[in-house]
Design a protein around this ligand. Structure first.
Ligand SMILES: Cc1cc2nc3c(=O)[nH]c(=O)nc-3n(C[C@H](O)[C@H](O)[C@H](O)COP(=O)(O)OP(=O)(O)OC[C@H]3O[C@@H](n4cnc5c(N)ncnc54)[C@H](O)[C@@H]3O)c2cc1C
Length: 433
């Protein structure tokens, strides 16, 4: 396919989130003319993440990322927590090896995305905030540019980085409306607290950070969980709830968010804090099953728009996958532009490359995770079982003690969990995780 001479830019990127900015930055740095369009008044103003960024991939694109970028804390404590109405059982994992090299950091998107957009501008990209792309321009079935209001702009390649609801992918016939079981709704608050208070409450020193993944009573049985991440002088806290289960159970996401923040085990962490931000956003949770075509003639899809999200129960990931897809996409687009062929066949170097990276491999590894996380016992019965076992161990009520196995069996009997069911769930967990 010969490149048209009637273009305004080599590449137009739609959406200045992580995926869009990382794609635009690399292509601009490689010498291509790039337009990055963002519907929000500023990059990051429309974006919302829990906030744990597995950041090693960012160092590949921006050497010095950890010292230059507006990161909050280095995550050295990961807690997997089970919440029941009366208890809070934590697997609290702190490891100095997570600090060197740094594995994960907490971020606030308003700051991170603005920094990324500045990087794009410094690399030579034109950043255009406050512009909502309405549709793609096409000619003989090939994408030729974008339409925003009355304005039309043309490019050799258009990159859809417009997030989980990607209207651009629908416009291109790549995705139908996503089944609700592939989507979750996230509701998040950012609560401001003095730095010293956060460090004392979460047992942290310096710029160390903690990340809690919580299941159980916070969602009142709805598939999903709570999260609580420490920033420098604020806490990001909220819930992520699978959309189909939320609707089936007739719950509302804002009520479950409030229920989590109001739980007696959680309120001490945020007591006295000031609400700085509150927002709601969709989350891509379908894993590999949600990934659709990634290319068309002159069109490439990256990040959430491509369905690249992974929830394993331990970690919620999207930003690192967005960056990983952007690296693979930019490499393929650069090569396609240099050889003057932006056909789908040429751009398919991108999905081939993506499959070789950690993104493709992790999607394969956790392909069964979404199905496993549909198990309703994960959100109710197992937390209660664990809570009853711990109660049996610590509640020394002057009656004769049982061995641990006897305590576990007594707790299991009280629950509705049969031994065969437990064994099957354990096997499914091993296979999915
Ligand atoms: C509550 C919650 C918690 C999460 N927690 C984590 C976490 O801890 N760690 C993690 O890695 N991931 C997390 N995620 C997922 C993560 O936020 C996403 O995977 C990530 O933001 C995807 O980046 P993206 O650039 O693909 O899309 P987005 O960040 O959604 O960016 C898309 C951009 O496109 C713009 N846009 C959309 N339509 C148009 C249009 N028509 N014209 C112009 N611009 C447009 C939007 O304004 C936006 O700026 C969480 C998500 C939520 C909602």
């Amino acid at each position: 396919m010969v490149l048209s001479s009637d273009v305004d830019f080599d590449v137009i990127v739609i959406g200045a989130g992580v995926a869009g900015c990382v794609t635009a930055y690399q292509l601009a740095a490689a010498g291509h003319s790039v337009l990055l369009v963002e519907r929000g008044p500023k990059a990051g103003s429309k974006n919302l993440s829990g906030g744990v960024l597995y950041c090693r991939v960012m160092e590949q694109v921006f050497p010095g990322f950890l010292t230059e970028a507006p990161i909050e804390r280095r995550v050295t404590r990961n807690c997997l927590s089970f919440l029941s109405p009366t208890s809070f059982v934590n697997v609290d994992y702190r490891d100095e090896r997570l600090a060197e090299p740094v594995n994960a950091v907490t971020v606030l998107r308003a700051k991170l995305d603005a920094w990324l957009a500045d990087k794009c501008e410094a690399a030579g990209a034109t950043v255009m905030p406050g512009v909502k792309v309405d549709s793609l321009l096409t000619k003989a079935g090939r994408v030729t540019g974008i339409k925003a209001g009355e304005d039309e702009l043309r490019a050799h390649v258009v990159v859809a980085a417009d997030g989980v609801n990607s209207f651009i992918c629908r416009d291109a016939g790549i995705r139908a409306p996503e089944p609700t079981k592939h989507l979750a709704v996230g509701v998040k608050s950012v609560i401001g607290l003095p730095r010293a208070v956060i460090e004392e409450r979460f047992n942290l020193t310096g710029d160390e950070g903690a990340a809690y993944a919580v299941v159980g009573d916070c969602t009142n049985g709805v598939a999903g969980g709570g999260f609580m991440y420490t920033n420098l002088d604020s806490i990001s806290i909220g819930v992520v709830l699978r959309l189909d289960d939320l609707v089936r159970r007739g719950e509302t996401s804002s009520d479950l968010h409030d229920r989590f923040l109001g739980h007696p085990a959680i309120t001490p962490f945020i007591k006295g804090g000031e609400l700085l931000e509150y927002g709601c956003h969709m989350v891509a949770e379908g894993g590999k099953a949600m990934v659709h075509d990634l290319t068309r003639d002159s069109l490439v899809v990256v990040g959430d728009a491509a369905g690249l999200g992974l929830n394993t129960g331990f970690t919620v990931r999207g930003m690192d996958l967005a960056a990983g897809s952007a690296i693979a996409a930019a490499k393929a687009i650069d090569a396609a532009l240099r050889k003057g062929d932006v056909s789908q066949a040429s751009l398919n170097a991108y999905p081939a490359e993506l499959a070789r990276t950690f993104v493709g491999h992790d999607l394969d590894t956790y392909a069964k995770a979404p199905r496993f996380l549909e198990n309703p016992r994960m959100y109710w019965d197992y937390g209660r079982l664990l809570s009853d076992v711990m109660y049996g161990v610590y509640n020394l009520d002057t009656r004769p003690r049982k061995h641990l196995l006897g305590t576990v069996m007594a707790a299991r009997k009280k629950s509705s969990l049969g031994i065969v069911r437990l064994a099957k769930d354990a096997l499914a967990a091993v296979r999915a995780m």
